[in-house]
Design a protein. Sequence first.
Lengths: 398, 181
Amino acid sequence: MSKPESKQILEGSRAIALTIKNIAPAVVSAYPITPQTHIVEDLAKMKADGQAGFEYIRAESEFAAASIVLGASAAGSRVYSATSSQGLLLMAEVVYNISGLRLPIVMTTANRAISSPINIWNDHSDVMSIRDAGWIQLFAANHQEAVNAHILAYKLAEKLKLPVMINVDGYILTHSYESVIIPEPKKIKKFLPAYRPENGTYLNPDNPVTLGAFFTPAHYMETREALHEDLLASLEIIKKEYREFQKIFKDETRLAAMPFKGNVYSDGLVVYYGPNKPKTILVALGSLNGTILETIKDLKNIGLLKIKVYRPFPAESINKFITRTKNIAVIEKAINFGQAGPLYCDIKAGLSAAEAKNLNIKDYIVGLGGRDVTKKMISKIIKDAGRRDASVKFVGND
Amino acid sequence: MEQIRIHGRGGQGVVTAAELIAIAAFYEGKEAQAFPNFGVERTGAPIQSFARISDTRIITREQIYKPTVLIIQDATLINTVDVFAGSTPDTVVIINSPKNKWPALVKRFKRLYFTPATEIALKIFGKNIVNTVILGAFAKHTKLVSLASLKKAIREKFAAKGEVIIAKNIRAITEDYENAN
């Protein structure tokens, strides 16, 4: 048990930076300009002050930052980077290379809008552009969940040889202060041992190997299928590792959980808050869940399904809960232009014809480019969710 | 739950003020949250920041629309921004001004306070950075956090800035606290 005094009040970015310091990657690389966060700024300072042992490499662009951690990871090192918005878009090519090379890279994305028009504020447009790039995608709803997700991410990445991205809402989480526990390195080591890649799986002059070679039509397709299958298979491992995490990080698990007086079910992939037979279930990613839960806390017939793991898509866990109701309101901070919101599309695709038959699934696009999502908006969505009309709506103003 | 909204301009330390309130409340064993509403990143642009203090966990992320406390760091905003939006007669209003230049506000708010934060800031820092200063009046009038906790928060938050800066800020907040009545 950690002592209660280990609870601190910190900026979200600072909490993540301290966690990364304790996880002790060997190489950190980032491009320090807007859009960036205090995460990499704090890590640079820790390095300059002699508090951290990692190599800190300032890159000349986000593309270079991603390439540097790719190279360092291919050489067998534990690595870290963080990005946001346009930065992630510029990294896109490397993001695909990383998953194709099966490198256990962990990166934080401080979710922010993308241009044009220019906007520096929060939404999920950035990550949605690379959500299908073969990375595990985790979303955090508060500071403690973000801290916990980073520790879990390294365990998953190194065990599964899959990259993991942790999504934290820009400004809303990165620039806010709230209480959080930063686990000590010793405690982290109990869950996450030092990274020792197997001989022959990384670039090593003493044992030369080739990574990312040329694959002709005779073999390329199998690599894609394997990545897909491994991602899907990771769902069970994520659940198992989350159970292990909870055993070691009891206080951290408690502080990450949002208080709710009704029933709460969690399997590590999703969390459901609410009655067994609700009238409507709201579904959301990230920090939106806090405001939604605050709005529904006294409503007896409304449930909330918080998605913590977005890729691989936990369709089975989601369907288990959403088939308990008729009305489902997906509330999300991104739009696939010319289609609908990405989470809405995923949820619909994850249902069998029989399951989907009686469901009225609606999509509410909120909070784009930093528009504040209010309790009033959520109440409006709850009222609208029962109506069988246009399935995609932008809820921008009270 | 106490909901504190701070209005000021870029460069006055609007965001830091909310953070200091949250840090001080945390020291007193309360649940606290602080976050900014950044405008564009330029000096002088109107900015808001928010702090919540509660006995129970705070999970909402929405901005503050019904403030229980309003801190107006820059009184020129009164005529340009709806700084009083969502307030009630019970909202505690603290304005950076040596005296009341807005007679209509007396009828509107039961607890309306003025404090010469700019004068104190100019005297101590030589520039109009009023964020820590006005928290003296905030502590005195609202009693939501003690002056001692705010001083501790200043030491923590400004640790990297060095002893001279910390001492000046503590002198400034103390003077504003003692000045407030």
